[in-house]
Design a protein around this ligand. Structure first.
Ligand code: NAP
Length: 347
């Protein structure tokens, strides 16, 4: 720890997640003595304004990573694969937003409201879950504690910001061309037109798999975070032309009986959850309302008409906030509060 705070590195500082992390570190008053923004060669040397100071973006190097106490990383899986062990070796604790470390047995996968105790005994790397999984488990945790979960059937409606900055540009460019009646440019990021369309897959199909990597993340990460490998999960991940805010229709079959009224009470009392559920008044969570906020919004809570043991609900959250940056900063806060940040990593 230096001065009255920590030396903090933000990897991918010019990206959608990284720039949101920078905003939240300042807004939440995280104790930062020195902040080092890291980017690729493309943005190296560029200045970022943070807390009234101009910070120069740097590329990763052995020299540049010395002395960091904490690194919040969102520069892509291959960067995390290569640099996280080096950062830990150099003495930093790393909270990683990419998918690379999430399913490693000795890496805790932590959602601050759900399994903060998993931080105990970490070895220097903490993984931040996938955005769709993150918002869902915040809403599932109180139901899981009350009644257990036997099976989940999930359909996601995922915003393009989940794919990064370039995907937002693609949606805007296509939408402008279509509205103006101009020829639409060839899609670069998605395999098909995303403007005014719905794509029946989010993520990519690993070789030989009929599920996308996003669907596998929902299945595997949910089980790891809730600590229950027996939960059956069926997932379909869909990309929709929304800029920010993932929506999810989730059918939850519980192990013990749970009625919708009790579920609504449990959710209303749960940390990080806001219930918006007045269907008659057309009041339910919407991506445009969730964008820029930290909570997970839940509505349309009702009995599955075909299964007495199941509930249906609609879960919405900002994928860049609780789905990524907010949780990463909350995990960093927990590391400080619990005295785990400066524990010497054992790698
Ligand atoms: N978007 C989401 O909702 C979300 C949610 C959870 C997790 N994530 C994960 O977070 C990561 C970043 O996502 P994003 O949406 O923020 O992407 P993005 O907007 O495309 O930003 C990528 C960032 O990574 C930097 N970068 C790229 N290559 C690098 C390298 N070799 N060394 C250092 N920095 C490098 C880029 O710097 P330049 O300016 O130099 O290009 C930029 O700052 C991904 O792994 C993604 O899966 C995203």
């Amino acid at each position: 720890m230096a001065g009255d705070g920590y030396k903090v590195g933000v990897l991918g500082a010019t990206g959608l997640v990284g720039s949101t992390i920078l905003e939240l570190l300042a807004a939440r008053g995280f104790p930062v003595a020195e902040l080092v923004p890291f980017t690729s060669e493309r943005s190296a040397g560029k200045e970022i304004e943070w807390e009234g100071k101009a910070l120069t973006c740097r590329v990763l190097s052995e020299e540049a990573i010395q002395g960091l106490d904490l690194v919040l990383s969102s520069a892509g899986g291959s960067v995390s694969a290569e640099w996280t062990p080096r950062l830990v070796e150099a003495g930093a604790t790393v909270v990683d937003n990419t998918s690379y470390w999430r399913m490693h047995d000795d890496v805790p996968l932590v959602v601050s409201e759900v399994n903060p105790d998993a931080l105990q005994g970490h070895h220097g790397i903490i993984a931040n879950p996938n955005c769709s999984t993150m918002q869902m488990v915040v809403a599932l945790k109180p139901l899981y504690d009350a009644a257990g979960i036997e099976r989940l059937v999930i359909s996601t409606y995922q915003a393009v910001s989940g794919t990064g900055k370039a995907a937002i540009d693609e949606l805007r460019t296509q939408a402008q061309a279509l509205v103006a009646g101009n020829v639409m440019p060839e899609p670069q990021i998605y395999p098909h037109q995303i403007a005014f369309n719905v794509l029946a897959h989010a993520g990519s199909f690993p070789d030989g798999d009929d599920h996308t990597d996003e669907e596998r993340k929902l299945i595997n990460e949910t089980r790891k975070i809730l600590g229950d490998p027996g939960i059956k999960v069926s997932a379909t991940c869909v990309r929709v032309p929304v800029v920010t805010g993932h929506s999810e229709a989730v059918n939850v079959e519980t192990r013990e009986p749970l009625d919708p009224e009790r579920a609504r009470e449990l959710l209303a009392a749960a940390p990080g959850v806001t219930v918006v559920d007045d269907p008659a008044g057309a009041s339910y969570p919407m991506a445009v309302d969730a964008a820029g906020k930290d909570d997970v919004y839940v509505g349309r809570i009702r009995r599955d008409a075909g299964n007495d043991r199941a509930l249906d609900m609609w879960i919405v959250s900002d994928n860049l906030r609780k789905g990524a940056a907010t949780n990463a900063v909350q995990v960093a806060e927990l590391l400080v509060e619990r005295g785990f940040l400066l524990a010497k990593p054992q790698v």
